[in-house]
Design a protein. Structure first.
Length: 229
């Protein structure tokens, strides 16, 4: 048996960056593969932001095996990873330097994805909300018996975005990014109260609405407590 690719949630990648690949190699050895058959070629992780320390540990654990790491950025609304960063033993120093010590979000995976950064006044800027467009953007969400368009997309037409095709769908990610001199997009935070909890997006307002829908609850506030263990 050969393991050529791994696709990991960022949380798993961060926690086990220096042990997962050794386990992969042991599995191949146990299945009767010789050392020359060890052919791990790529390790993909996403969609959350990985720490620079995890990437360093992963590259070190790969040792002489010339596998390439790919940090992926995307969301279900886009349909597939929209941005990617390639990392290897040869490029990691340059990637982290370009990202000011952090792993950037990367560049568009295909020409099907358009990328804009929109400032507070709706202008295209070097820092602001990340907006994605293209043919792969879903038309909306299925809710109950019908579908509704993306509220974020409806509030921002593509007409004001440079190089946007007529009628092109756009999706406001809610992620605040900054474009560095190197061209790397650096994640800064969220523009709303939506959180990423173990790489699952959570809207606190929706939790609060569900709670106050109960006749036994007069009011509610949802907060997140981070565990340190």
């Amino acid at each position: 048996a050969r393991v050529t690719s791994l696709y990991l949630p960022t949380r798993i990648f961060d926690k086990h960056a220096d042990t997962l690949f050794a386990a992969c190699f042991r599995y191949q050895a146990a299945s009767g593969s010789s050392k020359k058959d060890i052919c791990l070629r790529q390790v993909l992780f996403g969609p959350g932001k990985a720490s620079a320390d995890s990437v360093r540990r992963a590259v070190a654990s790969l040792g002489k095996h010339r596998a390439t790491l790919y940090s992926l950025y995307g969301s279900p609304q886009v349909g597939f990873p929209a941005l990617a960063t390639s990392l290897s033993a040869d490029t990691i120093k340059g990637v982290l330097a370009a990202g000011e010590g952090e792993v950037g979000l990367g560049t568009p995976v295909t020409d099907l994805t358009s990328v804009w950064i929109v400032g507070e006044s709706g202008e295209v800027a070097d820092q602001g909300e990340l907006v994605l467009g293209g043919r792969t953007i879903a038309p909306g969400y299925f809710v109950g018996r019908g579908a509704r368009p993306f509220v974020a997309a409806a509030s921002l037409g593509a007409s004001g975005l440079p190089h946007a095709a007529p009628g092109e769908r756009v999706f406001r990610t809610g992620d605040i990014v900054r474009r560095l001199d190197s061209g790397t997009l650096l994640f800064l935070g969220r523009a709303d109260e939506r959180l990423s909890l173990e790489n699952f997006r959570l809207e606190l307002a929706e939790v609060e609405r569900a709670m106050v829908a109960s006749p036994y609850v007069a009011d509610a506030v949802a907060v997140v407590h981070e565990r340190t263990d």
